[in-house]
Write a protein that binds this ligand. Sequence first.
Ligand code: NZQ
Ligand code: ZN
Length: 386
Amino acid sequence: MYNFEYKNPVKIIFGKDSIPKVADEIPQHSKILMIYGGGSIKSNGVYQQVKDALQGFELHEFGGIEPNPHYETCMKAIEMVKYEKVDFLLSVGGGSVLDATKFIAAGALYGGQDPWDFMKHRYEIEVQEALPIGAVLTLPATGSEMNGTTVITRVSTQEKMAFGSPLVMPQFSILDPKCVFSLPDRQVANGFADAFVHVIEQYLTFPVNSPLQDRFAEGILLTLIEEGPKVLANRNDYDAAANFMWSATMALNGLIGAGVPQDWATHMIGHELTAFHGIDHARTLAIVLPGMMHIRRDSKKEKLLQYGERIWNIKQGSDDQRIDQAIQKTVEFFNSLGIPCTLPEYDVPKETIGKITERFKTRDSKLGENKDISYKEVETILEDRL
Ligand code: NZQ
Ligand code: ZN
């Protein structure tokens, strides 16, 4: 196992009807900006629950954060934060709203010209300060509720980029699994697929003798596989919703990734598919991952065989046959959620592969757990998905 440091200060408040507890978590006399998306919280009653709980606070609102949140919209919110002298940000929504809130929290206090610097120069410019954040999470998927990552899209340049800082980790996140009840099938499927691939990015690399992390990861994968059909079949199954929500949080709160190599190349390539074609984040991962497993079958061999055996019970055949079966099972899992896994099924033309490859070439990126995936491998992986 590698050396590591691990600290996760996010207070999780989990359970049925826990949203009113938000009032206990925000310091008295705070000037709050409640940030939300396109209106789902108004139709499912979450908005009203938060408003009722926060009577007595100075509460401002900023709605209209898009899925794959836009830099341009965040900049408008930053203006509002400065104008109203807000000192606490409350995200009420899914991963997009929370990611936007993180960007706003850091951007509002940034001394430089443009907070996009955090994305563009992510290895040179660090966040120095950020407004405090709280979250009411309405969609299990990203793990954003318990991590310090944010992913923002700049519409004008068709770029989707990330930065991370412990300063934008929420002080608390409220997870009421009843929020799952109002999710459409598409978002449930996305949530399961995104969480699944988060685990894979931290698990399907090479062995470093970390059996505990491996079994945590496998436990999350198996739970997602079991609970997915239950949530899709019955949206009001509270227990399945709760298991879904906690699995998604655990998939990306740093625990399973501590002390082990991490990949994230599937995510980096997937972000480009969203940037160019607006495809839902989780679906881009379902497209790229089978290609990644196929093309990286040698460097990932031992973990691919372990994954096949422990997750899909594949024990027969040569190594190559077992790896092929593991890839096939992964595709079938995504398909069972209603998620297609090839580029033509999303009407992505072949020319997009060239555009994405060019971006990685310009950035001189080296992706993956071995930092050996260059633009050439990116091209091969995407061609595998045609
Ligand atoms: O905008 P509203 O009206 O709220 O509707 C949303 C949105 O249309 C709706 N929704 C959310 N909760 C709902 C609901 N509808 C009914 N009932 C509810 N309870 O669902 C739609 C999608 O929401 P969004 O927040 O975009 O989804 P998700 O949570 O999957 O977030 C995706 C974003 O997170 C980023 C992705 O790249 C993408 O931009 N990621 C963030 C990560 C992180 N911070 O660690 C890691 C991930 O890998 C990912 O990259
Ligand atoms: Zn993801």
